[in-house]
Design a protein around this ligand. Structure first.
Ligand code: ADE
Length: 565
């Protein structure tokens, strides 16, 4: 029986194999076609792609990047970009693919339709910084530095050329006009209206004007041109600036429909230049970029009226305080909000980026629920870096001391209230941020349905008046060792109990005893499974008694993160 079956199997095998081979070939042919079609429709660019390579390029004339890697860009819109940087004596090239619809290091790419990569200098990047972009395969391999890096004489000569052209035009026109008048007088004809010349000139100016505004909208040049932005409504007001929702027009040209992106514009008055400058400097650090940090587009100086602008992403849900006033959150929401807040603060405090490069740690120094925005997916992002401090290890104790007692009294850590922050150790600034973060986490819990009965929103230390002063905060926080109340009912829920345990460690009177933001982020991460324990779709319900009992056991073991955090 077995032998017969195997013989039949043998006879059938070639036919079956043929069929199989045929179908595989058919599928492969289909795939190749599909792939080829996709390739025809979406030709993706080839660019040199070696991020951060040392170089000997002097930043003049032209240079060829020593990069052996050619990448097929990920997105069809990507163009090739080269960045030349010189910090002290260290010269580097960055070669990447990048979608010009998005900013890079806070810069808007321009001139990327060129076939050549022509370098432009960008100021305020913390080092000598040149960037170019172009749209031909591997066009970022050879870069050209423009005249702006050449000798000052050449720069002056180049800038004088337009002036000379205008002067020659004016003199010639004037001379021609006089000849014309003489001719009119000589021929005995009546003089024509003087307006003629003026009118023609006016029309030219108008044409030029509208032309330039359409170029304006097409080439979003960060350095020389202002972004085409139309302000809508005011959405916020801070100590130093007002925030507006605005339209950033895109792709406008005559006869083409204009698209726009909604952005936020933070407007500082002329007098608040210093606040604008310091926030701009914090934002200009490309290493600040993180999902949980407000996305910065660019900074501008506007002439009429004289104002200073910071242009950032816009988040329609507004700030966390407003959100908590109007919404009760579920345990899952709390987990998303709290975890992302801790990740944002941890990134700010960290001395390395997610890629492992060194970055300057930053202390926010004004963490509070109104300085945190809620994104569409309910994750948080930190905003308002007006008081932030770059914890550069070159900062002297004097410089740190001069930065003063800053922040919002309600959220100030005890050592900040007493102006006794340890200036010898930059960690102290991070520890003060962690205290403020704990108060925000408490605010979120106070509006979470998983705690049982949810009261109206109240800020931490809500018994105090609207803007408590430092002295009354000292009484509550230092003299009375007061902290916002954590009722027993809150810890019936395992997740809330774990977050409350972290909060308790974060608002410790002793700054050194506080958790780091990274540790809080890890604890949130470790709590993910608790989401499945609780009914996340309807967290209005309290966790049943049996689970609470289990919770008590968990709180001392599994619910807590590994030792060391
Ligand atoms: N309020 C302050 N900044 C904001 C932003 N970027 N988006 C929405 N609301 C804001």
């Amino acid at each position: 029986m077995g032998a017969r079956r195997s013989r039949v199997g043998y006879r059938a095998a070639p036919l079956f194999m043929e069929l199989l081979r045929f179908s595989v070939l058919l599928i492969l042919a289909g795939l190749v076609r599909l792939d080829a079609e996709a390739y025809v429709v979406k030709l993706r660019r080839l660019c040199k792609f070696c991020d951060l390579q040392e170089s000997t390029c002097a930043g003049t004339g032209s240079c060829t990047v020593e990069c052996d890697i050619t990448a097929i860009c990920l997105e069809k819109e990507d163009v090739c970009v080269s960045i030349w940087r010189k910090k002290e004596d260290n010269v580097t090239f960055d070669t990447v693919c990048h979608n010009p619809a998005r900013s890079l290091y806070g810069l808007v790419l321009d001139g990327y339709n060129n076939s050549k990569c022509e370098m432009k200098e960008r100021k305020d990047m913390g080092s000598e910084f040149f960037i170019c972009s172009c749209s031909e395969d591997e066009c970022n391999e050879t870069v050209f530095f423009n005249a702006s890096k050449d000798s000052p004489v050449a720069v002056i000569l180049v800038s004088l050329v337009p002036l000379l052209v205008v002067a020659v035009f004016v003199v010639t026109s004037f001379y021609g006009y006089r000849v014309y008048l003489q001719g009119q007088a000589g021929s005995g004809r009546k003089r024509g209206p003087l307006l003629d010349f003026g009118d023609a000139h006016g029309i030219m100016m108008d044409d030029g004007g509208s032309d330039s505004s359409s170029t304006h909208a097409n080439n979003l040049n960060h350095n020389t041109e202002l972004l085409p932005i139309e302000l809508d409504a005011q959405v916020g007001k801070g100590r130093f600036a007002e925030v507006y929702r605005a339209k950033l027009k895109r792709g406008s040209s005559v006869g083409r429909e204009q698209g726009f992106e909604t952005v936020a514009v933070k407007i500082f008055s002329y007098e608040e230049y210093a606040s604008w400058k310091s926030e701009k400097e914090i934002f200009s650090d490309a290493d600040l970029r993180h999902d949980n940090v407000l996305h910065f587009l660019t900074a501008e100086e506007r002439k009429v009226p004289r104002q200073y602008w910071l242009i950032t992403a816009y988040h329609p849900r507004g700030n966390l305080q407003e959100y908590l006033i109007h919404h009760v959150v579920t345990w899952h929401d709390l987990w998303v909000l709290g975890g992302s807040l801790a990740r944002g603060v941890a990134h700010l405090h960290s001395d390395h980026t997610t890629c492992g490069h060194y970055k300057v740690p930053i202390a926010h120094r004004d963490i509070k629920s109104s300085n945190i925005l809620v994104k569409g997916d309910l994750t948080c992002c930190l905003c308002d870096f007006g008081l932030a401090l770059r914890l550069d290890n070159t900062l002297s104790v004097d410089e740190l001391a001069n930065s003063g007692q800053v922040g919002t009294a309600r959220y100030m850590a005890p050592e900040v209230l007493e102006s006794r922050i340890n200036l010898e150790n930059i960690e102290s600034f991070k520890q003060a941020d962690v205290y403020s973060m704990a108060l925000v986490l408490w605010e979120v819990i106070s509006r979470c349905s998983a705690i049982g009965e949810v009261k109206e929103y109240e800020p931490p230390f809500g018994n105090l008046r609207e803007h408590p002063c430092v002295e009354s905060m000292k009484d509550s926080v230092i003299r009375d060792r007061g902290r916002p109340e954590v009722p027993n009912s809150w810890v019936n829920h395992t997740g809330i109990q774990t977050v409350c345990a972290s909060i308790d460690e974060c608002w410790d009177h002793d700054p050194e005893a506080r958790l780091t933001a990274q540790c809080v982020a890890e604890r949130f991460y470790d709590m993910e499974y608790l989401d499945k324990l609780s009914d996340s779709s309807d967290s209005e319900e309290k966790v049943p008694e049996e689970i609470s009992v289990v919770d008590e056991k968990l709180s001392s073991t599994e619910a807590l993160p590994p030792a060391g955090c």
